[in-house]
Design a protein. Structure first.
Length: 223
């Protein structure tokens, strides 16, 4: 057991804890289960390297509060956030706070194991971290100015309609730019696009508000 990589599962639903426990142990991980954030923060051993599957919507201390408290207590574990369907704004805030990924329930087995493997690899990947900022900025440089603006808005956690209104374009056009961004960044899911954006230093709401004056969409065909 000592040589197995550890994953903390923090979720208030017992059925989900048991399901994740079975899946992760079957994949060769050691697992510790916690029914809420308070129990996890109190009982987790900070000296044992681990990743965390953290539910956002929990009674008492929610996932974002747990994430903030982890930073204060020196629990430097990669976090994968578990969210309900459509809770993208919360997931964005979690990733801005350092989460490595987010998964919408119900999630696929392969997607979860992939996210855990990436999180675990970060525990040992110290040298590679030095090059991530330069790599992310190189990726962002491939985008057009408008594509960067759309990605910036998404990294701020804004819905398509808000981005469209602030940029003076249509929501449909925002969707087109979003698809272009994901293609140019060579990512297959939104979380990966956000990871590149945050690594490059994007996602400042203050900067967005300072740079964009809200106004009605004027050019629905803007490309």
């Amino acid at each position: 057991m000592a040589d197995k990589m550890l994953v903390h599962v923090v979720d208030d639903e017992d059925s989900i804890r048991r399901s994740l426990d079975f899946l992760l142990r079957s994949a060769g991980y050691a697992v510790e289960r916690w029914p809420d954030g308070e129990a996890f923060l109190k009982g987790a051993d900070r000296n044992t390297p681990a990743s965390v599957l953290l539910d956002v919507r929990m009674p008492g201390m929610d996932g974002l509060q747990v994430q903030q408290e982890m930073a204060k207590r020196g629990l430097n574990f990669p976090v994968i956030v578990l969210t309900g369907h459509g809770d993208i704004a919360t997931a964005v805030r979690a990733m801005r706070g350092g989460a490595t990924d987010f998964l919408e329930k119900p999630f696929k087995r392969e997607r979860l194991l992939e996210a855990v493997a990436v999180a675990q690899s970060q525990l040992a990947d110290k040298a590679g971290q030095r090059n991530r900022l330069e790599w992310a900025r190189t990726q962002i440089a491939r985008l057009t100015e408008r594509e960067r603006e759309v990605l910036e808005g998404l990294a701020c956690g804004y819905p398509n309609k808000t981005i469209a209104y602030d940029l003076g374009i249509s929501s449909r056009t925002v969707e087109v730019y979003r698809a272009n961004v994901m293609e140019k960044l060579e990512v297959t899911n939104f979380a990966d696009a956000l990871r590149v954006a945050f690594t490059a230093g994007m996602g400042s709401e203050e900067a967005w508000l300072a740079s964009h004056q809200a106004g009605p969409a004027e050019n629905a065909d803007d490309r």
